[in-house]
Design a protein around this ligand. Structure first.
Ligand code: HEC
Ligand code: HEC
Length: 206
């Protein structure tokens, strides 16, 4: 994680919170405007700090700004289908989308508890080793060893498990098609059990 190399933290602080990127790496944007939009339009579902208000909605805290901005543009153009998010993205300018991305990326994240350690262990295997039998590559090879993602790839660490499950299913069934087909190939090869397990496992990462 870049931040640890660039920023010196007082001893003891580094253990407990993690940010997706150092503030220094983020572009200058109108954060006041983003906060205003978030309070008025987004927090109802995504939480005041992007933490997600319920198991139905994805966490935005710590997600990469460029990924967030791209998803908003895709919701607006209809390339990524969601009736809810299409109306939420309506009228946002590209500056506002980027500002919202930076606003949420700066928010701190927390790991979730594994409710079922055995299931999480299956997820750990799938995430780090994939499934050679069915041709699933390790998720870690793209999303990173700790699921932190990159500028181009979404962070999975700490995401709401139900949301991850729903996205894997819609990639698999070709309902979510704004990606470059990689996730379709992978998700269509995952079993129901693997989907549940890997979704639970990534939710426990931070
Ligand atoms: C009424 C509830 C609701 C509100 C309000 C809402 N969203 Fe969402 N948002 C959702 C749902 C549901 C999804 C998942 C859509 C899907 O299944 O593809 C989502 C998905 C997203 C995603 C994609 C996340 C990812 O990991 O790919 C982004 C980014 C996002 N919302 C940003 C926003 C922003 C910014 C606002 C305010 C302008 C907002 N949302 C307001 C319900 C909401
Ligand atoms: C070859 C690279 C690659 C591998 C391997 C990979 N992914 Fe992805 N994944 C991507 C890309 C690229 C996207 C972004 C798609 C987009 O922009 O819509 C993505 C998106 C996702 C999303 C959507 C996140 C969100 O916030 O909506 C989920 C969930 C996901 N991947 C889970 C997984 C899981 C679980 C595995 C392992 C079984 C995996 N991925 C393996 C490249 C990969």
């Amino acid at each position: 994680m870049k931040i640890w190399k660039k920023t010196v933290f007082p001893a003891g602080l580094a253990c407990c919170m993690s940010f997706a990127a150092g503030a220094a790496d983020l572009p200058e944007v109108n954060l006041a405007r983003a906060e205003q939009i978030s309070a008025g339009r987004c927090s109802l579902c995504h939480g005041v700090d992007g933490e997600s208000a319920s198991a139905l909605y994805p966490r935005l805290a710590g997600q990469h700004h460029r990924y967030i901005a791209r998803q908003l543009a895709d919701f607006q153009s209809g390339q990524r289908k969601s009736d809810t998010m299409a109306s939420m993205a309506e009228g946002l300018t590209s500056e506002e989308m980027l500002a919202l991305g930076v606003y949420f990326e700066r928010k701190p994240t927390k790991a979730r508890e594994a409710r079922d350690a055995e299931l999480a262990a299956v997820g750990h295997f799938v995430f780090h080793r994939g499934n050679e039998e069915s041709g699933v590559p390790p998720c870690a090879s793209c999303h990173g060893e700790r699921g932190l993602g990159t500028d181009e790839l979404p962070r999975l660490a700490g995401q709401v498990p139900k949301y991850i499950e729903s996205q894997l299913k819609s990639f698999g069934q070709r309902e979510r098609t704004n990606d470059n087909a990689v996730m379709h190939f992978i998700a269509s090869k995952l079993s129901e059990l693997e989907i549940k397990a890997v979704s639970l496992y990534v939710s426990t990462l931070n």
